[in-house]
Design a protein around this ligand. Structure first.
Ligand code: ADP
Ligand code: MG
Length: 254
């Protein structure tokens, strides 16, 4: 069976800087695949390429065998790829519930917002959306904060809310860009457990994390980037012992 997501010799240059160099990788359905590497390695750029924020300078990206090249971010989202950002992007002055409901509308587009609350059928649809949003909040452990403003949540919970919002359109592939960044060690571990339960729901996960130890226990496969180049890939135990990986993380002579 072919991979859900495939990158083939994907490159991206910004002016003279090669941020991603001829990267190939496959993400199999039902897997948790992690992309790790030092700051500036090109990890977030890979997400921006997959989601259509940037067009690759070279190479092809495909979902389920279908090329994504040239698609706008909204079309990529509609095809089943959702993401979170390294820096949280929530609607601060909207309720936690509304933040998730907005996520759901990625797939329904204009009609729902325009028609919301005006006709009985729009109201029914809206209440079904609210119900599934509540279920997602339950899933990420935020149900009791549904009617709080997003900005009032502590940081770790905002991270969870972003994940709930990204899950709302029922993506086949979820891209998580350092979901545990800025959280305390207990929250970090809880977020990694959440990633596992997302995979157990049937959502394939591509996870970016700076801290290699954090993803060791949950990843089926790890790809290591350094200066835009893949320097190692494979099972967590293999990658951890790779001398190039150790050098990239700890410097020469480590
Ligand atoms: P990572 O997420 O691994 O920390 P990034 O993908 O954010 O790394 O960045 C990789 C390299 O590409 C960095 O040198 C960064 O400065 C550069 N870069 C990323 N986006 C842009 C951009 N829009 N314009 C110019 N350079 C960029
Ligand atoms: Mg990044």
């Amino acid at each position: 069976m072919s991979a859900l997501l495939s990158l083939r010799s994907v490159s991206k240059t910004f002016g003279g800087l090669a941020a991603v160099k001829s990267l190939s990788l496959d993400v199999e359905r039902g897997a948790i695949v992690s992309l790790i590497g030092p700051n500036g390695a090109g990890k977030s750029t890979v997400f921006n390429l997959i989601t259509g924020i940037y067009a690759p300078t070279d190479g092809t990206i495909s979902l389920d065998g279908r090329a994504l090249n040239g698609m706008k971010p909204s079309a990529v989202a509609a095809s089943g790829i959702m993401r979170t950002f390294q820096n949280i992007r929530l609607f601060a002055f909207m309720s936690v519930l509304d933040n998730v409901m907005v996520g759901r509308h990625v797939r329904m587009r204009a009609a729902v917002w325009d028609g919301a609350f005006h006709t009985p059928s729009a109201r029914r649809e809206e209440s079904a959306v609210a119900q599934s949003a509540m279920q997602l909040l339950e899933f990420v452990g935020l149900r009791r904060y549904a009617h709080e403003w997003a900005r009032n949540l502590p940081y770790g919970m905002q991270r969870r809310l972003e994940i709930a919002r990204a899950l709302a359109p029922e993506p086949s592939l979820l891209l998580l860009d350092e979901p545990a960044a800025g959280t305390n060690p207990a929250e970090k571990q809880a977020l990694m457990d959440l990633v596992t339960s997302i995979r157990d729901r049937g959502v394939t996960v591509l996870l970016i994390e700076h801290d290699m130890r954090l993803v060791m226990g949950i990843s089926d496969e790890i790809h290591v980037l350094d200066y835009g180049e893949k320097i190692a890939a494979g099972l967590p135990e293999t990658v951890r012992r790779d001398p190039r990986v150790i050098e990239a993380y700890l410097g020469k002579g480590a």
